[in-house]
Design a protein around this ligand. Structure first.
Ligand code: A2P
Length: 280
C-alpha cells in the first residue's frame, strides 16, 4: 500500500551520529489493532518515527503496522521504553529482547528508561544495561524519559549521557530548567503530549493569532513551536486528516515575537506528573 509520501520530516543528528526524524507518531493509548492500522497509514503518509512502550501494550500492533506499510525497516526510526521491573543490567537485556519479540524486529532505533522511579533507585543500572545493548547492536541509540536534572546528573557523574530525554513538554509546560541541561550536554529533547492533549492550549489567543497569520491550524503552530527550538514532538493522532496536518507542520517559520508569545504561556501546573513520585 506504499505510495509516495508528500513530505518526510527532516532529521536531527544524535550525539552518536544516528539520524532521528524531527517529528514522530505517538501511539499511547492505542491498542494493538488501532496501532497496526494507524502506524501503517502514518508510514504511508511519510512518518518515519514511531514511538511505543512496553507499558502501552501495543508493540505487537506497531510491528504489524510497520510490516503492513511496506516501508523498508531501515527507513523507520522505532522507539520503545521499558518499565521499572527491568531496572538492572540483566533485566534490561530481557526487557529489550521481549520488546523486540513483540515488535517482530531485531533492533530498535531508540530505547528509553520510561520513568526514573528514584524510590527504587536503579535507573543508573538500567542505563548501564542499555550501554551494553548499544554495544551489542540491539539498539542504535539510548535515552531516558521523564528524567529531571537531578536524575540526569547521576548519569553525568559517571560519564554517561543519554542521546535523548523524552519529557512532557508543550507551551504550558516549557520545562526550561531541564531543556537547558539538554542543550549543555547535547541531548535531544523529545516532547510527549506536545499538543497539550488538544485541550485549552489549542484555543489560546497567541496560538490562534499565529495560526491565522500563517494560514495554518493551531496544532501546526504548536508543533512548529517545538521543531523551531529543536525539540522532537511526537503527537498522537488516530485521525487521517490530523495525522497529515501534524506531519505537514514544517513549511513555515514563526517569528521571534510569535515564538515569545507562545512561550509566555508557560505556567505552573500542579496536576503535572512528578517523576520523583510517579512511575511504572
Ligand atoms: P485524535 O487521535 O482524535 O486526533 P498529545 O499528543 O498532545 O497527547 O495530543 C493527543 C490528542 O490530540 C489526541 O486526543 C488527538 O486526538 C488530538 N490531536 C492530535 N492531532 C491533532 C490536531 N492536529 N488537531 C486537534 N487535535 C489533535
Amino acid at each position: 500500500m506504499m505510495s509516495t509520501p508528500s513530505s518526510l520530516a527532516p532529521t536531527v543528528t544524535l550525539g552518536n551520529g544516528v539520524a532521528m526524524p524531527r517529528l514522530g507518531l505517538g501511539t499511547w493509548p492505542m491498542d494493538d489493532a488501532q496501532a497496526a492500522r494507524v502506524v501503517a497509514r502514518a508510514l504511508d503518509m511519510g512518518y518515519r518515527l514511531i514511538d511505543t512502550a512496553e507499558n502501552y501494550r501495543n508493540e505487537r500492533g506497531v510491528g504489524e503496522g510497520l510490516r503492513a506499510s511496506g516501508v523498508p525497516r531501515e527507513q523507520v526510526f522505532v522507539t520503545t521504553k521499558f518499565n521499572k521491573q527491568w531496572h538492572s543490567v540483566e533485566g534490561v537485556q530481557q526487557a529489550c529482547d521481549a520488546s523486540l519479540q513483540r515488535l517482530g524486529l531485531d533492533y530498535v532505533d531508540l530505547l528509553l528508561v520510561h520513568w526514573p522511579n528514584p524510590d527504587q533507585d536503579r535507573y543508573v543500572e538500567a542505563f548501564q544495561g542499555m550501554v551494553r545493548l548499544l554495544e551489542a547492536g540491539k539498539v542504535r541509540a539510548i535515552g531516558t524519559s521523564n528524567f529531571k536534572h537531578a536524575h540526569l546528573q547521576r548519569l553525568f557523574d559517571l560519564g554517561l549521557v543519554p542521546h535523548v530525554n523524552q519529557i512532557h513538554l508543550d507551551p504550558y509546560h516549557g520545562r526550561s530548567d531541564v531543556v537547558q541541561v539538554h542543550r549543555e550536554r547535547g541531548i535531544v529533547t523529545e516532547s510527549w503530549s506536545p499538543l497539550g492533549r488538544a485541550g485549552a492550549l489549542l484555543q489560546e489567543p497567541a496560538i490562534l493569532a499565529a495560526a491565522e497569520r500563517h494560514g495554518r491550524t493551531a496544532a501546526q503552530v504548536v508543533l512548529r513551536w517545538h521543531t523551531q527550538q529543536g525539540y522532537v514532538p511526537i503527537p498522537k493522532s488516530a485521525d487521517p486528516l490530523r495525522l497529515q496536518q501534524n506531519l505537514d507542520s514544517f513549511g513555515f517559520t514563526l517569528s521571534d515575537e510569535e515564538m515569545a508569545a507562545i512561550s509566555a504561556l508557560d505556567r505552573v501546573d500542579p496536576a503535572m506528573l512528578d517523576s520523583d513520585v510517579f512511575g511504572h
